[in-house]
Design a protein around this ligand. Structure first.
Ligand SMILES: [Cu+2]
Length: 242
């Protein structure tokens, strides 16, 4: 199915840079963020819009893969269709947005290492009949492997880079200590993206299990309707396994 074009362009420059990350209150380390943030900026468009995203590369060879988006092969950002963008060079991604959903972009060059460094961001495409709720949040879930000093542990050989790795600290929006306040009776839409390179599910009847299952079932989109007075605040730091 082809969406009719709206003629509207969503332009953005993505600039991966080295940033100082504070993953939780006791841990600081170096990461890579788009536009100086981890996760990178949320790119928003409507069905029929065109994304015109310029990747202006700075630190090391990279590329941008548009996870889940139906894009022409030449815009897909994988090694098969694109040479990695070298430092100091740029590449213009340009494609129509045919589907409404929650998507994300991440490098397809030295993928595990760049992802764990924080180089990823969400892309939200809205359709004509989206519900209007009290609030919408984009929650990018991750896990990173930190050493005792709170720095990213060194990456292993080819297997670790190919298969990904389990982390020992779980992050939401780049933070291990994120707290979300949800007012009683507030109806929110949470758009969830699991960016972990290895972790798919977690054990135990915790919030994280619910989120992981919901994520699988809803392909990244979830509407939660808390009962009045039921949830006044919740902490996603409970996503850590006990
Ligand atoms: Cu992907």
């Amino acid at each position: 199915m082809t969406a009719s074009a709206t003629g509207r362009e969503v332009r953005h420059q993505l600039a991966p840079v080295s940033v100082e990350c504070e993953r939780d209150s006791g841990s600081r380390g170096q990461g890579s963020g788009s536009d100086g943030q981890v996760p990178g900026p949320v790119l928003r468009g409507k069905v029929g819009d065109t994304f015109a995203i310029e990747l202006r590369n700075l630190p090391e060879v990279t590329s941008s893969h548009w996870h889940g988006l139906r894009v022409p092969a030449a815009m897909d950002g994988t090694e098969l269709v694109q040479k990695p963008v070298r430092p100091g060079r740029s590449f213009q991604y340009r494609f129509l947005l045919p589907d409404a959903a929650t998507f994300w972009c991440h490098p397809h060059t030295n993928e595990t290492e760049q992802l764990e460094n924080g180089l990823y961001g969400a892309s939200i495409v809205r359709g004509p009949d989206e519900p209007v709720l009290d609030r919408e949040r984009v929650l990018m879930l991750d896990d990173v492997k930190l050493d005792k000093r709170g720095r990213l542990a060194p990456f292993g050989g080819l297997r670790g880079k190919h298969d990904g790795r389990f982390g020992n600290v779980r992050l939401t929006k780049g933070r291990a200590d994120l707290v979300l306040d949800v007012a009683a009776g507030q109806v929110e839409r949470w758009r969830l993206v699991n960016t972990s390179t290895r972790r798919r599910t977690c054990r135990g009847k915790t919030l994280s299990t619910c989120l992981d299952r919901a994520l699988c079932a809803s392909r990244g989109c979830l509407t939660i309707v808390p009962a009045v007075g039921c949830i006044t605040a919740t902490s996603l730091s409970t996503m850590r396994r006990g």
